[in-house]
Design a protein around this ligand. Sequence first.
Ligand SMILES: Cc1cc2nc3c(=O)[nH]c(=O)nc-3n(C[C@H](O)[C@H](O)[C@H](O)COP(=O)(O)OP(=O)(O)OC[C@H]3O[C@@H](n4cnc5c(N)ncnc54)[C@H](O)[C@@H]3O)c2cc1C
Length: 403
Amino acid sequence: MEFRLTTEQELFKKMVREFVDKRVFPRAREIDSSDANLPEDILKEMADLGIFGVTIPEKYGGAAMPGEEMVYAMLAVHELARGDISMSLPVYTLLCLGWSYLVARLGTEQLKEELLPKVAAGQAFLGICTTEPSGGSDLARITTTAVKKGDRYILNGEKVYISGCKEAAKRGGGHLTLFRTDPAAGIRGMAFAYVPVNTPGLTWKMYEDMGRGGLSTSGIIYKGVEIPSYYVLGQENRGFHAAMEGFNVARTLVSAACTGGAEKSLEMGAEYIKQRNLFGQPLAKFQGISFEIAEDRAKLYMLMNTLLKGAWMIDQFYRDGSFSRKEINEIVAICKLTAPSLALDIVKHAMTYYGAFSFTKDCPLEMCLRGLMSYVVGAEGGANIMKIIIGREFIGDISVAYR
Ligand SMILES: Cc1cc2nc3c(=O)[nH]c(=O)nc-3n(C[C@H](O)[C@H](O)[C@H](O)COP(=O)(O)OP(=O)(O)OC[C@H]3O[C@@H](n4cnc5c(N)ncnc54)[C@H](O)[C@@H]3O)c2cc1C
């Protein structure tokens, strides 16, 4: 057993860390206050460093290391979240990386050639669009439909809380979207397809979010939106399963965003208590504080190792099928169950060490708290949904979901 990053992976991590420390962390506040306008210069530098290409094959303009895509993507997202602790830039990136990975696996040749080079070059956004007003947890009951006419699909319906509409409208790109093609067939009558945001008939309206201010969240209405049939991923009636496959990738990367923000916050907390003197000594000398940091460090360390294993397992799953889908489902759900709440606890603890200063916008930690809340309340699947998955895989089919 070789339990360490390869030399190339270490070098990649170091390169992203240096970029993030120098170029991203000092601008986190600007990004969070930008009303969903990620800085073009940062996106371009990320593309030049090859960050947007780590899950995209070379043939389509990427720089993927075959069989190591998820480990590279996880490293990139973790490092970015150490810099933009508001979570805007890491989430923008993880959506592009995760959903491109699925397009590279299940997309038609024509779609791959059309879309992936633009995403790899940082010139287009790619996200996910499943949630509807009836509830994001119960995707078996979505009502957005599409009718096939010749070689085109015509979509009608509504989606809510979708990340990245403004970015896709501005830069190009869109979302992998789940819709019904055969309403009588339940989850076996759904398709999953790329829908560009700038398609006639598609309108979107931004919400005013409490955090993650550099990245938009919007509601979408489809009225007679036409897409070509080559935009569909995999088999038409297997769309639900394709989306679930993609969620395993996305949830791993979401967990990496949480560990990145948590690690940076923990380090900031540890640094601060060494310098803050109260009662004649540094706060770090009080075990009421240093023990809490030690506990957080232990929990985060365990999560980061589990997450690295999960990313590696997904790579093995696609490389040679050496893990089962059930094993992947379980480890991913374990990470996504643990990461948002642990990261939130760590940020709250760090803010407590900073005292009143952390309640001001001069302290960056409050951005992290607000950004992480998106994952605590449910983005990419709520905690109870992760428990349903772990229970289903470990105990057996006790699940109420997806009948
Ligand atoms: C900032 C942000 C960005 C987002 N971006 C996207 C995006 O890009 N694309 C997209 O498609 N969606 C996106 N979402 C939506 C997200 O996927 C949903 O919030 C999530 O799926 C939960 O759906 P819901 O919010 O409708 O909650 P609901 O489905 O209504 O669930 C409400 C609560 O009940 C719990 N619950 C549900 N079922 C059960 C059960 N059987 N047992 C116990 N508890 C249960 C849930 O865990 C949740 O806590 C985003 C959300 C946020 C906050």
